[in-house]
Write a new protein. Sequence first.
Length: 66
Amino acid sequence: MRLEAIVLAAGAASRFGGGKLLADYRGRPLLDHALDTALAAPARGVTVVLRPGDAAALTLVEARAE
């Protein structure tokens, strides 16, 4: 079986007050922790879905790309 991991990171975080992806958790952005989990999974690849225009999140994801 071939598995793919998908990180859904396109929400508005309106209940959170905005900016949840880059919110600090243990010294790193939450999105970084989600990427760690996805990359550690036994998946062939990881797809990350971001909000259009979210340059900061895109920069973080691109820095983790292999």
